[in-house]
Design a protein around this ligand. Structure first.
Ligand code: UGA
Length: 423
């Protein structure tokens, strides 16, 4: 099938790459010329394991192309995906400017019956709005069906998650449109759930918020474990063995960051307020997540009796989680800003993020090697659990420090037999 995709962020790019990999003709549209120029050469603008190979193969096979021209993108499209961003507004509500623009662009170019698939995470009722916007702005009278198809991939695992997903949710108000979208994905061999559009939109928010609640819950249990002498990893293992609970998303530590959980929990909380329905569990998860970072920094400050002035502190990890270069809502940002404002000499290292505009105002030194980063440090903070950090020779690293204490923000070093200085 001929598919056009609006937006080449994580979701759009991975969807385009995977649809081309399973045989569809895909053209991706973005307003960012620099990005499109890079993509045309097969260079991915994001760090995502496995993506480069899929891009390369399908560009070479003429199944995947990129453009900044809406006219070119929509010319032969039978199905158009909307995968633009829905950033968080001041009040927590999702900002739908890009979505509305995409709907208008489609309307201006439509000259035949069309199916529009919405991949972006959008508040309940937005798919209705998109259909209305296209219909009222269309230059001819054609049948437009908007179908909700929320995305469940994780950054850092995007390709795998798309090929091996747990479910594909299709929310439509028209059976034919729903089954056409299903036919796009049948090769993936993933179970389908068909529902109406509003339920599909809600499934995405409810799933993300549930996982965020799970993380905040284990983090609060973790804080209590520390006080009463219990081991949170064993507690999580024991809880996770109950198949009704499951072990996934019970890793305690610095809490969640990234472009999804923080934004989607806020958007769901906003939806609750707007509809005067209490979803206090989500509010509590948001609050607990904010506190978790502060608790971590406070542990470091307490260790130095409240004074980190002139102390060298090594921060391992900048990205919000391993296997991504995404810094949005990363715990590292809050931690570094606070410690640096308190006068600490902060040195950082990340295997992928080598610099970031987000810390432009902050005095931090980017180290080239792990050894350089921890050399003479008085504290080492493990902030992102990159494999190379977890597997590092910690005995050797510790020997380079000034008898540093290690603050394990991800609870991954506790079983490390050689380390006696982990808190
Ligand atoms: C999340 C969801 O997992 C995806 O299903 C969804 O498609 C995506 O949001 C989205 O809405 O686009 P993502 O944000 O890429 O994916 O990353 P996750 O691997 O889910 O991690 C989210 C955050 O939770 C990270 O900060 C991670 O460090 C934290 N986390 C995760 C924990 O603190 N503990 C855990 O046990 C698991």
């Amino acid at each position: 099938m001929n598919v056009a995709i609006i937006g080449t962020g994580y979701v759009g790019l991975v969807t385009g790459a995977v649809l081309s990999e399973i045989g569809h003709n895909v053209i991706c549209l973005d307003i960012n010329e620099e990005k499109i120029t890079k993509l045309k050469k097969g260079e991915s603008p994001i760090y995502e394991p496995g993506l480069d190979e899929v891009l390369e193969r399908n560009i070479a096979g003429n199944r995947l192309s990129f453009t900044t021209s809406a006219e070119e993108a929509f010319e032969n499209a039978e199905v158009i995906f909307i995968a633009v961003g829905t950033p968080q507004g001041e009040d927590g509500a999702a900002n739908l400017t890009y979505i509305q623009q995409a709907a208008k662009d489609i309307a201006m170019h439509i000259n035949r019956n069309l199916i529009v698939v919405v991949k972006s995470t959008v508040p309940v009722g937005t798919n209705d709005l998109i259909e209305e916007t296209i219909r009222t702005n269309a230059i001819g009278s054609f049948q437009v069906d908007v179908v909700s198809n929320p995305e469940f991939l994780r950054e850092g695992h995007a390709i795998n998650d798309t090929f091996l997903g747990d479910r594909i949710v299709i929310g439509s108000e028209n059976e034919h449109a729903g089954s056409t979208v299903e036919s796009l994905f049948t090769k993936l061999n993933i179970p389908f759930l068909h529902t109406n559009r509003r339920s599909a939109e809600m499934i995405k928010y409810a799933s993300n918020a549930f996982l965020a609640i799970k993380i905040s819950y284990i983090n609060q249990i973790y804080n209590l474990c520390e006080k009463v002498g219990a081991d949170v990893n064993d507690v999580a293992d024991g809880m996770g063995m109950d198949h009704r609970i499951g072990r996934a998303f019970l890793n305690a530590g610095l809490g969640y960051g990234g472009s999804c959980f923080p934004k989607d929990t806020e958007a769901l909380a906003y939806l609750g307020r707007e509809n005067e329905i209490s979803i206090s569990l989500v509010d509590a998860a948001i609050q607990a997540n904010k506190e978790q970072r502060i608790l971590f920094v406070n542990r470091v400050l307490e260790h130095f009796n409240g004074n980190v002035e002139g102390k060298k502190i090594a921060v391992l990890g900048l990205a919000f989680k391993p296997n991504t270069d995404d810094m949005r809502e990363a715990p590292s940002l809050d931690i570094i800003r606070i410690l640096s404002a308190d006068g600490a000499e902060v040195h950082v290292i990340d295997p992928v993020v080598k610099e970031t505009k987000l810390l432009a105002e902050v005095a931090v030194t980017h180290s080239k090697t792990l050894e350089e980063c921890v050399q003479s440090a008085e504290a080492v903070l493990l902030v992102t659990e990159w494999e190379e950090f977890v597997r590092a020779d910690w005995e050797e690293l510790l020997a380079l420090t000034k008898n540093a204490t290690i603050f394990d923000g991800r609870n991954v070093l506790h079983n490390h037999k050689l380390i006696s200085q982990v808190v």
